[in-house]
Design a protein around this ligand. Sequence first.
Ligand code: GLP
Length: 244
Amino acid sequence: TVYPSQDEASVKVAERIATIIKDKQAKGEKAVLGLATGATPVKVYKELVRMHKEDGLSFNNVVTFNLDEYYPMLPTAEQSYVAFMNKHLFSHVDIPQENINIPDGTLAPEDVQAFCEAYEQKISNLGGLDIQLLGIGRTGHIGFNEPGSAPNSGTRLVTLDDLTRRDASREFGGKENVPTKAITMGVGTIFKAKEIVLMAWNEKKAEIVKKAVEGEISSEIPATYLQMSDHVEFVLDEDAASAL
Ligand code: GLP
């Protein structure tokens, strides 16, 4: 779906999320949201905060699972996805702290695998993700599933692509400060979500969006795997859609 602007597109995505939350509330159930970081979803979160403050949208039945986190990473670090989510969403809404799940960047290496398995288990115990938000990296990554990721991959520790680290260098004050690894939900984890929404804005995403939507399905561009799903929507602004 192509919208004239990022603002309009973000409001639509926020409205979809609000509908899921309210439908679940009406049934006395939890809404299980898969969330993404990066610049792309910021306006979606801004609109959700507005809905909370002005329209009374409550997050008390919401459970969230973030896609990824750098590794190693302290939750108190400015660049952590914990800090990002607090800044843009969690600290402004009434979500219970214990309902927030973000991969733990402080784990000892020997504890990572068990953590990843428990993360998957927790999602399935709740009945799966009702919706998964995605951005797209210029390598074609979704979450931090870089080129080479398998379509059935689960939550795991991965090595970041050089281009991904370069793209993150501004926040870290230099590429050398960007962690070389991350913990990410797998492509298989993402695929299990009942609905997948990939958002992309601006012309700098046009080329990778074209490859993801029209290119041959390949592990070289993990976002092409989304072509195999029948419950995925690409939500784009005109600039990101300009090469299609
Ligand atoms: C990071 C995140 C991804 C995100 C991507 C794009 O690498 N781990 O989940 O989609 O960057 O970032 P942005 O939205 O800032 O373009």
